[in-house]
Design a protein around this ligand. Structure first.
Ligand SMILES: [Zn+2]
Length: 176
């Protein structure tokens, strides 16, 4: 027979980490709000382009970008019931301000606010780092558009110049 000790008593006040997600707008880090970037090629030619960092689809750049931040904050939790599945204990309680219930595994409950705060800080840092990494990746992907648009138009110019030269040749041959 296995004896499972309940880490928390029913009705015992403890703490959980509550995930708070908020969205905000900040100045575009690519164009610093100017909505333009300058692309300089190795040959020294520069091109002014619409910032793709704060541009979405066919809309013009806005100079601001939406940022998501995920922060965790300690919140009181009073278990009203528990469940044992194999040797995992989980506790349930009412969602604050709601009629629904929520469940937390015992390992995600803390005796003190300070312990919960330490875990919240760890999770906030982890999620923030992941979000920043994905934002940097998105900017890198968008940067490719600059090179693409300049290469595209330079390519078009080269093709048209070639065609013009060819037309000139044709016209010359037709001259009496
Ligand atoms: Zn921008």
């Amino acid at each position: 027979m296995t004896t499972i000790t309940l880490p928390f008593a029913i009705g015992e006040k403890c703490w959980v980490c509550r995930r708070i997600h908020h969205e905000d707008y900040e100045t575009c880090p690519e164009c610093l709000g100017t909505k333009e970037v300058t692309l300089t090629l190795a040959n020294g030619e520069s091109y002014k382009l619409e910032c793709s960092g704060c541009k979405s689809g066919y809309d013009p750049p806005r100079g601001t970008v939406r940022t998501s931040k995920v922060v965790y904050a300690p919140e009181e939790f009073t278990p009203l019931g528990f469940n044992i599945h194999q040797d995992e204990v989980s506790y349930n309680s009412r969602v604050p301000g709601s009629t629904s219930w929520e469940v937390f595994e015992a390992k995600h409950l803390f005796k003190t606010e300070a312990e919960a705060q330490a875990e919240c800080d760890r999770r906030s840092a982890e999620d923030t780092a992941a979000l920043e990494a994905s934002q940097i990746y998105q900017f890198q992907m968008k940067r490719k558009e600059y090179a693409f648009s300049v290469h595209y138009w330079r390519g078009q110019k080269r093709d048209y110049l070639k065609k013009l030269a060819w037309i000139d040749e044709k016209l010359k041959a037709l001259q009496p």
